[in-house]
Design a protein around this ligand. Structure first.
Ligand SMILES: *[C@@H]1O[C@H](CO)[C@@H](O)[C@H](O)[C@H]1NC(C)=O
Ligand SMILES: *[C@@H]1O[C@H](CO)[C@@H](O)[C@H](O)[C@H]1NC(C)=O
Ligand SMILES: *[C@@H]1O[C@H](CO)[C@@H](O)[C@H](O)[C@H]1NC(C)=O
Ligand SMILES: *[C@@H]1O[C@H](CO)[C@@H](O)[C@H](O)[C@H]1NC(C)=O
Ligand SMILES: *[C@@H]1O[C@H](CO)[C@@H](O)[C@H](O)[C@H]1NC(C)=O
Ligand SMILES: *[C@@H]1O[C@H](CO)[C@@H](O)[C@H](O)[C@H]1NC(C)=O
Ligand SMILES: *[C@@H]1O[C@H](CO)[C@@H](O)[C@H](O)[C@H]1NC(C)=O
Ligand SMILES: *[C@@H]1O[C@H](CO)[C@@H](O)[C@H](O)[C@H]1NC(C)=O
Ligand SMILES: *[C@@H]1O[C@H](CO)[C@@H](O)[C@H](O)[C@H]1NC(C)=O
Length: 572
């Protein structure tokens, strides 16, 4: 008797399932099986005719895609949860001739998608959903948008496990009732594809994992000082000379494919062409546009990383270049996104001492030129119908006057978020002390005999490594007055790629980014206003890691089976 109740308690405590945690969630202990013949209907239409009820092709594409992924996840990419049950105990339900199966999955979209569903602006898509699973196997998902339906299906798959002794797929959580909606509308991951290149296949895989965590923005830091992998047809020399090697480029077709792949998953891409700093790679093809290019060995005076270099700040040639660049790029991105990121971080003053169009590092002279530089960029973006993003330095260090709609991305501190919203601007969070995934790898710079001792033991600028607990402890609303919390749109985790390439990308990003995803979807505090507990999150994150692995993501383990097999054994 005691053993039975202990086992039930252990199973119940480890069967929390869903990540990120829904707003309202109740479940039972009933077993339901599911098999591949289960039919999913969408607003009354059966498989093969999901689009015919309203001829709204993009909505039906989102839902058809989600349905395909649901079958694939449940039956091909599921896992046996032995790590979440005591060792050597048979925890699996018995499949008998009268076991109950899921009988129907009914998707009910109760409103039309907004017309900008494939490139939504903040607030246009209602991402909420409800999900019920009855003990007798009727499943209903209701949502106001196709993306809400897709999220409901994602949650549904997280209730099911694969049976070790056979092909069965089951849940032990019936009945289930979930009401869910996101805390923040911008839930992003920033991927740097300049310092190291990421093939499209890796970018798709990142998006798959993001969508499985209900993240909805990919910030594509596509260019930087080290390489320019972006093909611009009107200026082929940019990538021909600026990419690391000819096969590490993104063609216009690649760019379009990535945006379209994301849109079906509810992920909107915001491309960043960082400037005026972080542009040295343009000098490989256009040396006259860049000041202080590749100063050596004293690059540290002119940039945070080699090669140094920044756009000249008072140059009509630079303006002409930018106009041509954006005239080429923006019309192609227009149908695919509503956002574009203009960068603006880490501008080095001394580089302007070497700029023949200004020749000074005096901010009194440089500031009006920076204003003019960004005004030109923003005017071109707005004329093309994009909402601009910039890094916080443009507002908080350079004191630029920016249009109210500009989204200001913070990274340096929690105080920065407060200062941005105090000025009435919309802010993204991602304090580097919490959400920079690159931190704690140690230095990538080599030190000479002379400099080595001072640098020992070679920590990087943001050590230590931010493990998921640190990322999970970050509250985007920390210190934000109640009347301004609506200006915090959300945030991003960042994978700067000095030491991350396709070989370790998965491990560097997952499952730590799940912690940021849950903070952004569910909020940093629980329903009672307390900081979310690591102790209750940990079993769910361990399980989410297994789900990612089952989907082909080489996500790191966060604990040993010794911990996960027995609830709170590894808690302090
Ligand atoms: C959808 O389009 C098809 C073909 O154009 C048409 O026959 C059908 O009546 C349309 N359905 C609705 C609900 O508008
Ligand atoms: C089927 O259900 C009945 C009634 O609940 C039960 O008595 C019987 O043992 C079950 N059969 C099997 C094979 O489990
Ligand atoms: C549509 O479904 C969502 C999610 O269940 C719900 O929040 C909303 O109130 C529903 N809208 C209508 C008009 O029923
Ligand atoms: C900017 O360039 C213009 C035209 O070359 C020049 O007249 C002006 O003095 C420059 N401004 C600064 C601050 O150097
Ligand atoms: C500006 O440049 C001068 C001359 O190189 C240098 O001494 C000074 O430290 C620089 N000021 C800043 C704020 O970088
Ligand atoms: C921005 O304003 C602050 C505070 O007034 C000032 O210290 C700083 O020098 C200004 N920055 C520039 C680039 O003018
Ligand atoms: C909750 O988290 C915040 C950081 O977001 C921290 O400052 C605070 O001390 C935590 N509160 C408790 C009670 O641990
Ligand atoms: C919030 O309240 C403070 C203090 O009353 C005020 O200064 C500030 O302008 C308000 N901010 C917003 C965005 O309303
Ligand atoms: C599980 O942990 C509890 C409390 O830490 C302990 O009493 C129990 O013996 C453990 N069971 C196993 C199977 O390790």
């Amino acid at each position: 008797m005691i053993w039975t109740s202990l086992l039930v308690a252990l199973c119940a405590s480890s069967a929390q399932a869903v990540w990120p945690i829904p707003s309202e969630y109740s479940s039972g202990e009933g077993v339901l099986w599911i098999d591949q013949s289960v039919k999913i209907s969408y607003n009354g239409a059966g498989p093969g005719s999901y689009g015919s009820h309203n001829n709204d092709t993009s909505s039906s594409k989102v839902v058809s895609n989600a349905i395909e992924r649901t079958y694939d996840t449940l039956f091909n990419k599921n896992f046996v949860p032995w790590k979440f049950h005591p060792r050597m105990v048979n925890f699996e339900p018995a499949l008998t001739s009268n076991s109950t199966y899921v009988k129907s999955i009914t998707l009910h979209q109760n409103a039309s998608d907004p017309t900008d569903i494939m490139k939504p602006t903040i607030g246009s898509v209602d991402e909420s959903y409800t999900l019920t699973v009855t003990s007798s196997g009727e499943v209903t998902i209701t949502a106001a948008s196709s993306i809400g339906i897709s999220y409901g299906l994602t949650t549904f798959t997280q209730l099911f496990f694969k049976c070790g002794g056979g092909d069965g797929v089951y849940t032990t959580l019936a009945p289930v009732s979930i009401i869910d909606s996101p805390k923040f509308p911008w839930r992003g991951l920033n991927i740097d594809t300049s310092r190291t290149f990421k093939p499209l296949s890796d970018m798709y895989a990142m998006m798959d994992a993001m969508a499985y965590n209900k993240m909805n923005r990919l910030h594509w830091h596509i260019t930087d000082a080290q390489a320019w992998p972006l093909e611009i047809p009107s200026m082929p020399e940019l990538a021909d000379k600026g990419a690391y090697i000819s096969f590490q480029k993104y063609s216009p077709a690649d760019v379009q494919a990535l945006y379209e792949y994301g849109a079906l998953l509810g992920i909107e891409v915001a491309m960043e062409i960082d400037q005026p700093g972080h542009t040295s790679s343009i000098a490989f093809s256009h040396p006259d546009l860049i000041a202080a290019f590749n100063v050596f060995p004293d690059w540290g005076t002119y940039a945070n990383e080699p090669p140094s270099g920044t756009f000249k700040l008072n140059s009509t040639a630079v303006y002409d270049f930018l106009e041509k660049l954006f005239d080429d790029l923006l019309p192609r991105l227009k149908p695919l996104t509503s956002y574009f990121h203009l960068g603006g971080d880490e501008v080095n003053l001394n580089a302007y001492n070497l700029d023949d169009t200004v020749g000074t590092n005096d901010t009194a002279i440089l500031q009006p030129l920076m204003q003019k530089f960004m005004d030109r960029n923003i005017a071109q973006l707005q004329a093309a119908g994009f909402t601009p993003l910039v890094w916080e330095e443009m507002l908080l260090v350079w004191n630029l006057t920016l249009p109210a709609e500009t989204i200001v991305q913070t990274w340096l501190s929690d105080e920065s978020v407060g200062e941005v919203v105090a000025q009435g601007h919309k802010a993204l969070v991602g304090n580097y002390n919490y959400w920079y995934l690159d931190c704690g790898q140690g230095q990538w710079i080599d030190f000479s005999q002379e400099t080595s001792a001072a640098a020992w033991p070679y920590p990087d600028y943001c050590s230590p490594r931010h493990n998921w607990r640190l990322m999970y402890s970050y509250d985007p609303l920390s210190g934000i007055p109640a009347n301004s919390t609506h200006l915090v749109l959300g945030g991003e985790a960042h994978i700067w790629s000095e030491q991350t390439d396709p070989v370790n990308l998965d491990q560097m990003v997952w499952p730590r980014t799940c912690a940021a995803a849950e903070v952004l979807w569910s909020g940093a505090k629980d329903a009672s206003g307390q900081n979310r507990s690591q102790i209750t999150a940990s079993p769910r994150l361990n399980e989410m890691r297994e789900r990612l692995v089952a989907r082909g993501v080489r996500a790191e383990p966060i604990q040993m089976p010794y911990c996960t097999q027995n609830g709170t054994q590894c808690a302090l």
